[in-house]
Design a protein around this ligand. Structure first.
Ligand SMILES: Cc1ncc(COP(=O)(O)O)c(C=O)c1O
Length: 451
């Protein structure tokens, strides 16, 4: 084990050195971009590592240092970086032009692929991000039901649409009643937005039933991510998702499954294993094969609100919707994600969670590991995990994760300063899993955990 202190180890990493190119780039960035970035989820203090290229499960930064990437652009790269078949297909496609005001066969093919795999999806419309997909799903639900309100879970992340960000990031002084959480706005939103959002407590069946019933006259939809990173991947209790299906149906509201991130857990969709059929589903990330993408999908009955030949109530434009480059990369990626490929990732995910758990138990570090298939998160606590509130104190806002992230980077692993969270990509094997577990072991030790 290294005898270097945490600070010494940090400074040994080239990107933190005086001659760092990342440091120089960040200096330029803060002059031309507020905070020096275009994406808050990539912020790393004191400045980010600027990347040069990626191949398979490894990325190389502008200093020339290579690391194993356990973030995969926040889960969107299920085949890792620059998969040869995706690259080849995209290169061929780009030479044939990148965007048209005419549709291509590719969007039909990708829509057919998705509908053939997911039993609760009859139809799909593509857009350019998960946030847009969530926005279109919420708008479709309002148009279909004629009601204005959306219910979402406290702490869950659904992107940047106004109604999605309500109560996404809430501090204990804003929480309010555990049985009826406050609807907490953000400065950039109209205060009226929060009035149209009903905030639900995760895993509390009775409170959810009451809140859905109370707002039923105005409730267009409940949006739920069956595996929400914002709620620390805390699994839904048995029957919880089924209850949401029953209550929404009973009260004339739709159920939206936000699978932008969680679609990577199953060939048949994230709701498949729960036996729940949502009315609408938002997709993004992996279905774009590394390119910007989103999709709103669902039953033909509800999706008819987008149909200009029938029941058209929701306008849906977008200059780059279903552009052939994204469709090509998405198709090439999703075709490689066969049932066997999903099984392989799930097996490796199980192994990962098992090895992390064993290492932490050996070191007598209290911890719980949540996640499913290729997704994992480690919570450094033995307290019972039920909902967003039960994560307080050791969730992503704990400053220890910033230091831990730097330690992991020094040990050759890309993770995030927002928790011990990550995902596997198809090219990873046991070697990479062991590298992660060893790096976590060393990193926690250097911060004084266990041992
Ligand atoms: C569950 C969920 N919904 C929506 C989004 C927003 O997707 P995008 O970043 O493509 O706008 C994300 C992004 O991480 C997400 O995890």
């Amino acid at each position: 084990m290294s005898t270097q202190t945490a600070t010494e180890q940090n400074q040994a990493v080239a990107y933190r050195s005086e001659s760092s190119r990342s440091k120089a780039l960040y200096k330029r960035a803060i002059r031309v971009m507020p905070g020096g970035n275009s994406r808050h989820s990539t912020v790393l203090s004191p400045y980010p590592i600027y990347v040069s290229y990626g191949k398979g499960c490894r990325v190389t930064d502008v200093e020339g240092e290579e690391r194993i990437d356990f973030l995969n652009n926040y889960t969107s790269l299920i085949l890792g970086h620059a998969d040869p078949r995706v690259v080849q297909a995209v290169q061929r496609r780009v030479a044939l032009s990148t965007a048209f005001t005419m549709p291509t066969e590719l969007e039909v093919e990708l829509a057919e692929l998705i509908t053939s795999r997911v039993s609760y999806i009859d139809q799909v419309r593509f857009c350019n991000s998960g946030s847009e997909a969530v926005m279109m799903a919420m708008n479709a639900a309002r148009a279909f039901t004629g009601k204005p309100k959306i219910a979402k879970f406290e702490g869950s992340y659904h992107g940047t649409y106004d109604y999605a960000v309500v109560s996404e990031s809430v501090s204990p002084d804003e929480w309010g009643d555990a049985e009826a959480p406050n609807s907490v706005s953000q400065p950039g939103l109209s205060p009226r937005v929060a009035e149209d959002v009903v905030v639900l407590p995760w895993n509390n069946k009775e409170a959810c039933r009451r809140l859905i019933a109370k707002h039923s006259d105005e409730l267009a939809a409940v949006i739920v991510d069956p595996l929400s990173l914002g709620i620390g991947f805390i699994a839904p209790r048995p029957g919880f998702l089924q209850m949401l299906r029953e209550e929404t149906e009973r009260h004339g509201a739709l159920l939206i499954s936000d699978e932008v991130l969680s679609f990577r857990v199953s060939y048949h969709g994230a709701m498949h294993g729960h036996g729940v059929s949502p009315d609408l589903t938002s997709l993004a990330k992996i279905i774009g094969g590394g390119f910007p993408v989103g999709a709103v999908a669902g039953s033909a009955r509800v999706m008819s609100v987008f149909d200009h030949t029938k029941n058209w109530r929701v306008h849906h434009g977008g200059t780059f919707n279903a552009n052939p480059v994204t469709m090509t990369a998405g198709l090439e990626t999703m075709k490689q994600m066969t049932p066997e490929a999903y099984e392989d990732l799930e097996r490796k995910g199980d192994l990962m969670r098992e090895r992390i758990a064993r290492m932490l138990a050996d070191r007598k570090i209290p911890a719980q590991i949540c996640g499913k298939a290729s997704l994992f998160i480690v919570h450094l606590t033995d307290q019972e995990l039920v909902d967003f509130r039960s994560l307080q104190g050791f969730s992503r806002n704990n400053p220890v994760y910033g230091e831990l992230c730097h330690q992991m980077l020094a040990n050759g692993i890309v993770t995030t300063p927002r928790g011990i969270f990550g995902c596997l990509s198809a090219p990873m094997g046991e070697g990479e899993i062991d590298a992660f577990v060893d790096a976590l072991d060393r990193s926690l030790a250097s911060l004084g955990y266990g041992h």
